[in-house]
Design a protein around this ligand. Structure first.
Ligand code: ZN
Length: 128
């Protein structure tokens, strides 16, 4: 059995932090047209003391195993992280997290949750 494939399937079948937050500070949704994936991420942050830190996170959505597993793993990874740490996450971090090298057709699926999260983090700054 492939350990990493098992991990992805486990997160797909039993997603962590799936659902909604009461009074989220940011709600961001994004889709991946080619695959039909859709991810919604809801964030709650603490602003005091600085740095701004992700206190709680939930995701919802639907799509292929890679997109949903990546969202589930990402929520676990970033909870408790500062916003500036989140902004330093890129595709290699997602590949490392998933434990697979992404084929071109899967890159969008795997990085969609991160794209949504980055949008959410940016929207926090607009709120001041
Ligand atoms: Zn997909």
């Amino acid at each position: 059995m492939d350990l990493y494939r098992d991990l992805i399937l486990d997160h797909y079948k039993h997603p962590r932090n799936f659902g909604h937050l009461p009074n989220p500070d940011a709600v961001v949704e994004e889709g991946n047209v080619t695959c039909g994936d859709r991810i919604v991420i809801e964030l709650r942050v603490t602003r005091h003391p600085l740095p701004v830190t992700i206190r709680d996170i939930r995701f919802s959505g639907e799509g292929c195993a890679i997109s949903q597993a990546a969202a589930s793993m990402l929520t676990e990874k970033v909870k408790g992280m500062s916003v500036s740490q989140v902004k330093k996450l890129f595709r290699p971090d997602i590949e490392e997290m998933l434990g697979v090298t992404l084929t071109p057709s899967r890159v969008k699926c795997a990085t969609l949750p991160l794209e949504v999260l980055e949008k959410g983090v940016i929207s926090l700054h607009r709120d001041g």
